[in-house]
Design a protein around this ligand. Structure first.
Ligand code: PBG
Ligand code: ZN
Length: 344
């Protein structure tokens, strides 16, 4: 048996070691009080930065909870207008609309329907609130195709070029209904250019494009696919959405979208891609949006419900991280609770 020398209990650290005081440099001076920390805060969130996503049902008088996303609903345009009216009073002035069409088909005909849920919601909201509300519409086919892919299928693959005119038609239906911004999220090559040309030919050059420029093939979209009923029936989206291992490629996607006429570029998801937000912010001179997606939202809600984390603190930490990384626009399901609960 080996004998260990026990700790020397007579040993006095203070006598042996001269520990230097910090001297002049004490960053803690600026952390002494809340008002002082607020004075020197480098990142500030403002209600104007937020965009609240909504899921729109066809018809009237219906509102449904979404099991995968506590606190978020699907609702018809007549109900949505009441929700948005309340949000406007909180200072939440920007919405992003997703539709759940009555009918799905291989080539997404219902995406072009002027009486589809999203065009109806756009007209209802614009009639009610005009320029007091900024309305964006997601442009993608996955909720409108019976196979759940973001474009039309040809053989075994999503056919890029056959999808473009349908996306342009969907964007046109939204633009003709009065939308302020169209937000293509499909990740087909050339879709920004196709949409820009189609809108301009119809005298809709004032409608802006916020492109999901760096959109990754992400497991964080899980809860959304229940909300929007848009899960692919076969395969996955990795042949069109970006590989999570790539960041340089995001800069290429962003540059292409800008060359095609994008006005705002988006990085999606947000939290696992803060480095991409930062790099895009440093590479371009247009506004950068980020999408704090459904999985990020639902994980935070579930962890807070389980008592593992403090909801207001973790939500605000996450949102500040996105802004600190360089995002100008925060698309987040948390927007309403942040403003309603006074967390800002
Ligand atoms: C449609 C679309 C998706 C999201 C936004 N637009 C889903 C997907 O690409 O599978 C995800 C939003 C979220 O998870 O909150 N293409
Ligand atoms: Zn899609």
């Amino acid at each position: 048996m080996t004998h260990h020398e026990g700790p020397d209990h007579d040993h006095d650290l203070d006598d042996d070691l001269e520990i230097p005081a910090p001297g002049l440099h004490r960053p803690r001076r600026l952390r002494r009080s809340g008002v002082l920390r607020d004075l020197v805060a480098e990142t500030r969130l403002h209600p104007d930065m937020f965009c609240q996503p909504h899921f729109v049902l066809p018809g009237e008088h219906r509102r449904e909870d979404i099991g995968s996303m506590p606190g978020i609903v699907r609702e018809t345009a007549d109900m949505l207008v009441k929700t948005v009216e309340a949000d406007l009073k909180l200072g939440l002035r920007h919405v992003l609309l997703f539709g759940l069409p009555a009918e799905k088909s291989p080539t997404a005909e219902s995406a072009l329907d002027l009486d589809g849920p999203v065009p109806v919601a756009i007209r209802t909201l614009k009639d009610a609130f005009g320029q007091d509300l900024l309305v964006s519409a997601d442009i993608c086919l996955c909720a409108y195709t019976d196979h759940g892919h973001c474009g039309v299928i040809e053989g075994e693959t999503v056919d890029n070029d056959k999808t473009l005119p349908i996306l342009a038609g969907m964007a046109s239906a939204c633009a003709l209904s009065g939308v302020d911004i169209v937000a293509p999220s499909d990740m087909m090559d050339g879709r920004v250019g196709a949409i820009r040309v189609a809108l301009d030919l119809q005298g809709l050059e004032h409608v802006a494009i916020m492109s999901y420029a760096a959109k990754y093939a992400s497991a964080y979209y899980g809860p959304f696919r229940e909300a929007a009923d848009s899960a692919p029936a076969f395969g996955d989206r990795r042949s069109y959405q970006m590989d999570p291992r790539n960041a340089r490629e995001a800069l290429r996607e962003v540059q292409l979208d800008l060359d095609e006429g994008a006005d705002i570029v988006m990085v999606k998801p947000a939290l696992a891609y803060l480095d991409v937000i930062r790099r895009v912010r440093e590479a371009v001179h247009v506004p950068v949006a980020c999408y704090n997606v459904s999985g990020e939202y639902s994980m935070v809600k579930a962890a807070a419900a389980a008592g593992l984390v403090d909801l207001p603190r973790i939500v605000m930490e996450n949102l500040h991280a996105m802004a600190r990384a360089g995002a100008d626009v925060l698309i987040s399901y948390h927007g309403r609770e942040v403003l309603a609960e006074g967390w800002l």
